[in-house]
Design a protein around this ligand. Structure first.
Ligand code: 5AD
Ligand code: SF4
Length: 439
């Protein structure tokens, strides 16, 4: 049997793309192995969102330069961004495929199997059908479903419009079919994926918007938790909150990337909203009868960001009181409009701002998590930490809740169950608790 190894970098879209790629390979008779040494075909599904992520794949390729008789492939965002230049940088690579061409992966593999060199799938205009019959899912309880591909925004710092192409929404019937299939296969949690799920427009005559799709997915029998990522503030409508309010299966969690607390910087980033417009959306969430946990993405050191602009980002943290944040130093990316901006911030200063930001947020998180001590939370059991002798659970708000049980249950009995847990301790990044039921 032919064997393959795949390593995935980047976001959940990439993780899910890899599941589709693995399914396609297995359908063609390939078997997955856990190390590149054992594999006939070595694949890297890559990310180019920041320079560091991009460098990782070239590092991997150079580590494996001398492996003879193997076929190397670069998939995903670096593949799309660098295209055939990858063959020059790493001549032992034979296959370069961007995500928009995964539906054609089978045909490309035929060329590879026939001894093809420099095989590419780089068209961005293919009309992906999103039929994912061959998806090989890794997680036994949480299933990802792609609802929209690509991105039509043009944020000044971002490579995604170049690596994933224009927006294509999937037909609602196809999304619901996959949700029902997942429920039928025993999955209880669904995560809807897209670069900008809020601009979802049903491609079929039903013409649903995102809020409607979300509500319908939330009604699928057997599904207990629905999450979605990622959202763009400008397209985030109030009706999404209304739907969450009336649909219990939709999780108490929204990720709404802000990027900066300064309206001036937001304009330079071409984000298409002001701080006040962003805050209005946060107010909708806080007015919800559900206790919605809010998370965000922040970039520090965007060109032209002054100390006063940065202070505004800090004050936004205090105002919103996020439950978690993902924060990054600005990284200049090829083709992006921000390259032309002046006043680039020195690396050292970006590093300082990042540390100050993370320190401020850490205190907020500790405070918010501590407020939950003494409460009961429903945890989905995701695994067992043998070093600590604790179960690893996750709450609807997407908080990690590690807990012990009174009676020691077997792994099979607990994993993927929903159990009530009393929170006894809190840290900045997780909660700890006790599950009272004897299982
Ligand atoms: N530099 C730093 N961070 C970036 N992000 C996107 N592009 C860049 C960049 N050029 C961050 C944004 C986005 C998250 C996925 O990555 O915060 O929301
Ligand atoms: Fe990385 Fe963005 Fe591509 Fe995801 S879409 S893999 S974050 S570059």
């Amino acid at each position: 049997m032919k064997s393959f190894y795949i390593e995935t970098f980047g976001c959940q879209m990439n993780v899910h793309d890899s599941e589709k790629v693995i399914g396609t390979l297995e359908e063609r008779g390939y078997g997955q192995v856990q190390t590149p040494e054992e594999a006939d075909l070595v694949l890297y599904n890559t990310c180019s969102i920041r320079d560091k992520a991009e460098q990782k794949v070239f590092q991997r390729l150079s580590e494996n330069k001398k492996a003879r008789g193997k076929v190397f492939g670069v998939l995903g965002c670096v593949a799309q961004q660098e295209g055939e230049r990858i063959f020059d940088k790493a001549p032992h690579v034979s296959l370069v495929v961007g995500s928009a061409s995964y539906p054609k992966l089978g045909e490309l593999l035929v060329q590879i199997e026939a001894g093809g060199r420099r095989v590419t799938g780089l068209r961005l205009d293919s009309d992906d059908t999103f039929e994912t019959a061959a998806t090989r899912r890794d997680n036994p309880h949480k299933g990802y479903i792609t609802i929209i591909e690509g991105c039509d925004k043009s944020c000044a710092y971002c490579v995604v419009p170049f690596t994933r192409g224009h927006e294509r929404s999937r037909a609602s019937a196809s999304v619901l079919r996959e949700a029902r299939e997942l429920a039928g296969a025993g999955y209880t949690e669904i995560q809807l994926l897209g670069q900008n799920v809020n601009s979802y427009r049903d491609a079929s005559p039903a013409g649903w918007n995102f809020a409607r799709l979300l509500e319908e997915v939330g009604r699928v029998d057997g599904i207990r938790r629905v999450r979605f990522t990622t959202s763009h503030p400008r397209d985030f409508g109030r009706e999404i909150i209304d739907v969450i309010d009336r649909t219990e299966t939709l999780c108490n969690q929204i990720h709404l990337p802000v990027q900066s607390g300064s309206t001036k910087v937001l304009a330079a980033m071409r984000r298409q909203y002001t701080r006040d417009e962003y805050m209005r959306r946060i107010e909708w969430m806080k007015a919800s009868k559900r206790d919605i946990a809010i998370s965000t993405d922040i970039i520090v050191g965007f060109p032209g960001e002054t100390e006063a602009d940065f202070e505004q980002t800090l004050s936004l943290l205090d105002e919103v009181e996020y439950d978690s944040i993902f924060s990054f130093k600005y990284s200049a990316r090829p083709n992006t409009p921000a390259l032309a901006l002046e006043e680039h911030i020195p690396e050292e200063e970006k590093g300082r701002r990042l540390m100050v930001l993370q320190e401020r947020q850490r205190a907020i998180q500790l405070r918010r998590n501590s407020a939950l001590v003494g409460t009961w939370q429903e945890a989905l059991v995701e695994g067992w930490n043998s070093a600590k002798g604790q179960w690893i659970g996750r709450t609807s708000q997407n908080r990690v809740l590690n807990f012990v049980t009174q009676a020691q249950a077997g792994r099979e009995e607990m994993t993927a169950r929903y159990v009530p847990v009393r929170v006894t301790r809190a840290g900045p990044n997780s909660l700890a608790g006790e599950c009272a039921i004897a299982v």
